[in-house]
Design a protein around this ligand. Structure first.
Ligand SMILES: [Zn+2]
Length: 415
């Protein structure tokens, strides 16, 4: 397949006309100017933009139909909105729910993600088979949880704990395709010390295993964790004692951390998934980007649907800028509060998130990269050094003319 257009290889520069050729699901050739022999392009055109698809570092597949139920804080919202939705997912809605989530993601240009399924083994396996069928690159795991939630969400892990030999808390073994299976302890409130320790042992046996969990999202959650784990030094220590922290651990939110916790996260090399739209929707907290940077912690970006109401990653990236601007205003314009530039947040939702998930070949336009690409159609007058700022602030799925997943053009309405 041959694509022609302005190649967005570096978001700090206006994209230059070029072309790229895809074979076997990867970019095999790429160049500036006209393709060799002036070959006819299958997709794109002289005035189109070719860019890597977006990658979302944190979302929940069963929650796509639960967006916008406002007026609650995190713990109340989990009990009233999310746990019933996940119960529904486990009771026969997994295939349909996964298709709906994928349709919405791909429509908005998200062609890779890290996410959570539900706590049901069978429903998780069904969801994984849909993901494999569509061919989207992702890291997903069945949610592990054994307390502080309704019986039908916690019973699988509690029953499993009584079995001997105990089956794995993972939904399905890794198969080496485009779907990678992670371990997803929901958060410390919903996981007993024993369950966290079990996943910690699993990580010890398989250091390549990605761990996804939530950390210090809301104040109420932090208080609850302090009460449930009186022996822990702080919230981050709960996960560290269980052996859950390492370079392949993705910690979502991290709004309420002490310097000591930031230092520990930096020392373990974890990734923090900043979810600005979700933090605002549930009024959970204001992420401190400057603290993460001061401690040298890697920051990824997540939509966190359904706490985050927007699946479109350019709008999540824009919210990252806005969060930093609010912090800067609240601190009287203090120089210690850095506001990231549009090109920087664009890099996070492409190559940055790819690297955060361990996909060192993804999120970029280079030979050898997987062909997960977008063809954008934007007004000619946008093609200057402000292109990325314009894209972030004008974002709409209508700007996408075509989506290529693993080298194949995909129309999201067919998912
Ligand atoms: Zn989440």
């Amino acid at each position: 397949m041959l694509l022609k257009g302005r190649l967005l290889t570096d978001p700090t520069r206006a994209p230059r006309p070029g072309w790229l050729r895809i074979e076997g699901g990867r970019i095999v050739e790429l160049g500036e100017g006209e393709p060799p022999g002036r070959a006819r392009a299958d997709l794109g055109g002289a005035d189109r933009i070719i860019c890597p698809g977006f990658i979302d570092a944190h979302l929940h597949i069963p929650q796509f139909d639960s967006v916008g139920l406002d007026g609650m804080e995190l713990l109340e919202w989990l009990h009233k909105v999310i746990y019933p939705a996940e119960r529904w997912f486990g009771a026969g809605a997994a295939r349909g729910g996964t298709r709906l989530a994928l349709r919405r993601m791909v429509t908005q240009g998200t062609l890779g993600f890290a996410g959570y399924l539900s706590s049901h083994g069978e429903a998780s396996r069904e969801a994984i088979s849909v993901l494999e069928q569509v061919g989207v690159r992702c890291v997903v795991g069945r949610v592990a949880m054994d307390r502080e939630a309704p019986e039908d969400l916690t019973s699988e892990d509690r029953t499993r704990a009584k079995m001997s030999p105990r089956p794995s808390p993972l939904a399905a073994p890794a198969r080496g395709g485009r779907v990678e299976i992670s371990a997803n302890p929901r958060f410390a409130v919903a996981c007993s010390e024993e369950l966290l320790a079990e996943i910690g042992w699993l990580r010890k046996e398989r250091p390549e295993l990605i761990i996804q969990t939530h950390l210090a999202e809301s104040k109420g959650e932090c208080e609850k964790v302090a009460a449930l784990f009186p022996a822990a030094k702080h919230y981050t220590d709960v996960y560290d004692r269980a052996g859950l922290l390492g370079p392949r651990t993705i910690l979502a939110h991290c709004c309420h951390l002490t310097d000591e916790e930031w230092r520990l996260i930096a020392e373990r090399g974890c990734v923090v998934a900043h979810c600005p739209t979700a933090n605002l929707f549930l009024r959970s907290g204001v992420f401190d980007l400057s603290a993460a940077e001061r401690h040298g912690v890697r920051v990824a970006l997540g939509s966190d649907v359904a706490a985050g109401p927007d699946v479109a990653m350019p709008r999540v990236a824009r919210a990252m800028i806005e969060t930093a601007k609010w912090r800067s205003i609240a601190h009287g314009g203090a120089t210690g509060v850095r506001v990231p530039a549009p090109a920087e947040v664009w890099s996070i939702i492409t190559v940055g998130n790819a690297e955060a998930l361990g996909w060192n070949d993804g999120g970029r336009l280079v030979v050898g990269a997987p062909a997960d690409l977008l063809v954008l159609r934007v007004p000619e007058t946008w093609m200057d050094e402000h292109l990325i700022g314009r894209l972030l602030h004008h974002w709409s799925a209508a700007l996408i003319e075509a989506r290529v997943i693993g080298g194949v053009a995909l129309d999201p309405t067919t998912i």
